[in-house]
Design a protein around this ligand. Structure first.
Ligand SMILES: Cc1ncc(COP(=O)(O)O)c(C=O)c1O
Length: 429
């Protein structure tokens, strides 16, 4: 079995970036942009070499894992092509060979506003939207803007690790409100949350949907959290970067939509970067409805001279928000298929390893505790014996021990190869 798939992996690692075509059944370069073609079938099975592209996920393997000989399924970007309506827009702009200072035009705001109304039923006003080069820089700037050194900032581990550094690097006090994990399900511990919000917490960093456990929080949960923040006068940064990546059968609800009162206390972080694979392009925004909070943050952005945006990121965002519906639908079906594949494979062939089925994101939170390995041994086993590169669960804080985060935004053959490697390595123990 391994031998049958190995050539694919060799291709993945070695195909020349310029020729990069392996196993494709459709050549987009010979086809006009698909914006009017609802029946266009995108090919997410295509394996594309990402080596030598300055990719953190691929070219940073050796530095991060100490080995380049593994399948990288860590950093949260996708191994799928950014869709052709985006690459064409970027190429068209690149053909005008002057790349001077740029601003975000009205067409940018309109495309974003219409996307959020269409997809999430959220009516955003243009004046609420502020540029930020990334959500992680924004988290840091928000912590600096809305709290003082020593103030308490709350997170819900296991959670996206830059939440911790945004607090600790800015010398604020980290307060953990760990999620509870029972019968395979992650929930918010509201009693603990209430106690911590009422004892001096100034700010909450909230992941909605939640990375890495994959929850798309429901209305009841969001309302409870919102009410507690309102009662205790606590500002919430709702990081909704994964909001478009809600898997079939689930729904994204914006925290700001659950009550009138919370609107004045929430900063929502959004970006087309995860949805359309544009993470290298600086395409993020903050939506701040409260004038006082927005003016305060605007000053921070202006002081750092970060308000102009990124030329190619703006062009890519307009194309994404304008033409992305069909592509996104197919992407989500494909990712859901990968999640089904992992679930089925684990049940049938690696029952020692369990997964928490994600409601959103292309990240699967995998429970390896059944292997009964010490966390360092588990890390060594996966990197050096199975030769797969996941994010170690401990990175995500309390509750992460024994878990690994697997990124399945890649062709299914690669997912299969990774699972076969784990199965074989377990059998070889
Ligand atoms: C919850 C969350 N927030 C933010 C980011 C990164 O945002 P940016 O690349 O805009 O800094 C990620 C990336 O994985 C994420 O999962």
């Amino acid at each position: 079995m391994i031998n049958k798939i190995d050539p694919v992996i060799v291709a993945l690692q070695e195909v020349d970036f310029k020729t990069n075509r392996v196993g494709t059944h459709f050549d987009f370069t010979k086809h006009p942009a698909d914006r009017h073609c609802k029946s266009m079938k995108y090919n997410f099975d295509e394996i594309i070499s990402r080596g030598n592209t300055f990719s953190v996920k691929y070219d940073g393997k050796k530095a991060y894992f100490g080995s380049a000989d593994l399948i990288p399924m860590w950093v949260a970007d996708m191994d799928f092509k950014t869709p052709p309506f985006i690459t064409e827009a970027v190429k068209k702009r690149a053909d005008q060979p002057i790349y001077g200072y740029s601003f975000r035009p009205d067409s940018y705001y309109n495309s974003l506003i219409e996307w959020f109304e269409r997809k999430h039923g959220w009516e955003i006003k243009k004046e609420w939207i502020l540029f930020t080069p990334g959500i992680v820089p924004a988290l840091n700037m928000l912590v600096q803007t809305f709290t003082m050194p020593g103030n308490k900032v709350l997170v819900q581990p296991p959670v996206y690790h830059p939440f911790f550094s945004a607090i600790e690097n800015n010398h604020r006090q980290l307060v953990n409100n760990p999620l509870t994990f029972k019968d395979g399900e992650y929930l918010i511990d509201f009693n603990d949350l209430a106690a911590k919000l009422s004892s001096g917490t100034k700010l909450v960093l909230f992941s909605n949907p939640h990375n890495p456990v994959g929850r798309a929080w429901n209305k009841e949960e969001l309302k409870k959290l919102a009410d507690l923040c309102v009662q205790n006068d606590v500002i919430v940064i709702s990081d909704e970067i994964h909001c478009d990546l809600v898997l079939p059968g689930n729904k994204h609800i914006s925290l700001t939509s659950v009550s009138e009162e919370i609107k004045d206390q929430v900063v929502t972080c959004i970006s087309p970067s995860k949805t359309f694979n544009l993470a290298g392009m600086s395409t993020s925004s903050l939506v701040i409805q409260n004038d006082r909070l927005r003016e305060k943050f605007e000053l921070t952005i202006e002081q750092l001279h970060l308000d102009l945006g990124n030329l190619f990121g703006t062009v890519a965002s307009i194309a994404a928000y304008t033409h992305g519906d069909t592509w996104l639908k197919q992407l989500l079906d494909y990712i859901n298929g990968n999640v089904d594949f992992v679930e089925d494979f684990l049940k049938k062939r690696i029952p020692e390893v369990e997964m928490v089925r994600p409601e959103a994101t292309y990240l699967i939170w995998m429970d390896f505790s059944g292997l009964r390995m010490d966390p360092e041994d588990l890390k060594f086993f996966l990197i050096n014996m199975a030769k797969v590169g996941f994010n170690d669960g401990r990175t995500f804080g309390e509750g992460g021990e024994g878990f690994q985060r697997m990124n399945v935004a890649c062709p299914r053959k690669i997912v299969e190869e990774a699972l076969i490697r784990i199965e074989k390595a377990i059998n070889d123990l």
